[in-house]
Design a protein around this ligand. Structure first.
Ligand code: NAD
Length: 216
């Protein structure tokens, strides 16, 4: 990628999908692929793919296509997936525990160092061998361990206060699962997750197919 150039957020959002498909192709021993072949696999148009991947320069060649491994490595590096990230989870209820138990993040370099709670019944237990600590210790723990990412799995009403503590202590990013719009300084990146968004667009597609069948 050219130094200093900024990639749009819409392109960034598509990069993990490109990376996933390129990884599968690499595992199957595929060395090169054209934008048309990628389009058949991924579902974006060939011109969209060419436009997106032009951001990274040098990987697509006329009549050759894309070098699968080089493009995979470049996208990984742009996404910052060639490093390790220290994470903490605040809120060790259903969701916090599910995330702590989900081991594939670890393989990808996202390591959960600790969970934090206010519920005395949960403080002191281990989830997937990771300690659940008292939330009172959150700020000191983040500072001491130079934690990069805070994951918010608390109830909605506690989320902003927890996010403020995380930001004060120096996290670079927050992965927020609570249904609240966090107010954060620009120095802290926030990614909100709403699982129901996927379900709602699924409902749309089910109904659209149904309407199309009825009309035809
Ligand atoms: N984004 C999504 O797609 C999605 C999906 C499911 C749940 N959620 C949300 O995620 C959150 C967690 O869901 P859940 O099912 O795990 O709930 P849960 O009630 O099982 O767990 C929440 C935990 O947060 C703890 N907590 C509350 N305030 C705290 C604080 N200040 N510091 C530390 N811990 C605190 C509680 O003691 C509890 O253990 C909720 O806000 C829920 O609405 C989001």
């Amino acid at each position: 990628m050219k130094k200093g150039s900024k990639i749009s957020n819409a392109v960034i959002k598509r990069l993990p999908r490109y990376r996933r498909y390129l990884n599968e192709l690499h595992k199957k021993g595929v060395d090169k692929i054209s934008s048309r072949e990628l389009s058949d696999l991924i579902g974006y148009t060939a011109s969209q793919i060419r436009q997106d991947l032009n951001n990274f320069g040098g990987f697509g060649q006329q009549g050759y296509g894309y070098n699968v491994e080089a493009l995979y490595n470049e996208i990984s590096s742009i996404l910052g997936l060639d490093k390790e990230y220290k994470m903490v989870i605040v809120g060790a209820g259903n969701l916090g525990q599910a995330i702590a138990n989900h081991t594939s993040y670890y393989k990808a370099g996202f390591v959960v160092y600790s969970l934090f709670e206010v519920n005395p019944k949960l403080i002191g237990i281990k989830i997937n061998d990771i300690d659940v600590r008292d939330c009172e210790e959150l700020v000191a723990y983040i500072e001491e361990n130079k934690v990069d990412i805070g994951i918010i799995c608390t109830t909605k009403d506690a989320a902003q206060e927890v996010a403020d503590k995380m930001a004060f202590a120096g996290v670079k990013g927050i992965w927020n699962f609570a249904a609240v719009d966090l107010e954060m300084p620009e120095s802290v990146a926030v990614e909100n997750v709403h699982l129901s968004d996927g379900l709602h667009s699924l409902a749309y597609h089910i109904n659209r197919n149904h309407h199309e069948r009825v009309e035809s």
